[in-house]
Design a protein around this ligand. Structure first.
Ligand code: HEC
Length: 164
């Protein structure tokens, strides 16, 4: 762990700044325990014009970040998404506005052909500011799929926050 020796609260404070201001520093994202592939997710396109306050399995309050590949599909409504498309829902604590959880979806060829080949993941943020968790196996993602299947027409993504 490269950040050993850095007081946890400093990491947490910096993480909060990065999230709030959206500074493009992917190396810092990596230091937060995020997988390289989305260490800079907070610089991606935000799909929701307003904060996503919809009641669902995902608690309030939320922002949804989508990578370039996913953004092309969303803009053109040309479903299904292309290989590698990644969507990340970032959940904040309503009291502190600190990020607590990331819910992730990535299109991965051959991963789960019955359910649109989406890989699902959850990352929880620890008190140190670093994230733990990651991608789930197809077997463990049954709960996610069970709900997202009702958005099958838009390739398992709800996108209900797009025009709000
Ligand atoms: C009870 C239903 C339900 C379950 C279970 C569920 N989701 Fe969702 N999910 C939704 C709804 C509804 C939305 C859109 C509204 C919102 O933002 O809450 C959404 C949105 C998302 C998005 C943004 C892309 C989109 O679909 O618009 C991601 C990423 C996501 N969920 C990941 C997950 C993961 C990972 C799991 C499993 C750990 C999961 N979801 C479980 C209902 C669910």
């Amino acid at each position: 762990m490269r950040r050993r020796g850095v007081p946890g609260f400093l990491v947490a404070v910096f993480a909060g700044l990065v999230t709030a201001v959206g500074i493009t520093v992917s190396a810092q994202g990596a230091g937060l325990g995020l997988p390289d592939e989305f260490a800079d997710y907070f610089t991606w396109e935000r799909a929701n014009p307003q904060k996503d306050l919809e009641e669902s399995a995902h608690p309030l309050i939320k922002d949804i970040y989508i990578d370039k590949t996913a953004a092309e599909t969303v803009a053109s409504s040309a479903f299904p998404y292309a290989e590698g498309s990644t969507l990340i829902k970032e959940r904040m604590d309503p009291a502190t506005l600190s990020v607590t959880t990331l819910y992730t979806m990535r299109k991965t060829a051959g991963f789960d052909p019955q359910n649109g080949n989406w890989q699902y993941g959850v990352l929880e943020r620890e008190d140190t500011g670093a994230f733990t968790g990651g991608w789930m196996s197809a077997e463990n993602a049954g709960m996610c799929v069970g709900c997202h299947v009702s958005a099958k027409d838009t390739d398992y993504t709800f996108l209900s926050y797009l025009d709000k």
